[in-house]
Design a binder for this molecule. Structure first.
Ligand code: FE
Length: 130
């Protein structure tokens, strides 16, 4: 089998975003936006108390005169950083992985580094043995 025997359609590069039916949950969830001036992150699942924006309002739905509640930068200075509160995989994979696949990236970090810290505590506790 040589590379010239492979039909060209299998060799062409297609990014995942070209497959409309194959979007990850993180891609389907509403995006968070980060202020490029101060680093404030607008999370649509939390909204914003300071500027009276209710939870569930997407960044795109905010009024054009909306400003960063921290530094006052305009909407145009915000960058799409993707969804922060959705599992990273595809929906059909959620039932696998002993429930770990349903966790968001931050929950997975907590699980991994929490388990490491706990293991370290147990290891160091061995010094307490006589
Ligand atoms: Fe800001």
């Amino acid at each position: 089998m040589f590379i010239k025997d492979i039909p060209p359609k299998f060799l062409e590069f297609r990014p995942m975003s070209d497959h409309p039916t194959e979007k990850t949950l993180a891609e389907l969830a509403p995006s968070s936006y980060e202020c490029r001036a101060c680093g404030y992150v607008y999370d649509p699942s939390r909204g914003d108390n300071k500027t009276n924006v209710a939870a569930g309002v997407n960044f795109e739905q905010l009024p054009t005169q909306w400003h960063c509640p921290v530094c006052g930068a305009s909407k145009a200075l915000f960058t799409d950083i993707g969804s922060q509160n959705a599992p990273s995989g595809f929906s059909e994979n959620l039932k696998y992985g002993l429930g770990v696949n349903t966790l968001t990236p931050s929950q997975k970090n907590l699980l991994i580094f929490g388990a490491l810290a706990l293991g370290m505590i147990f290891l160091l506790s061995l010094y307490g043995l006589q």
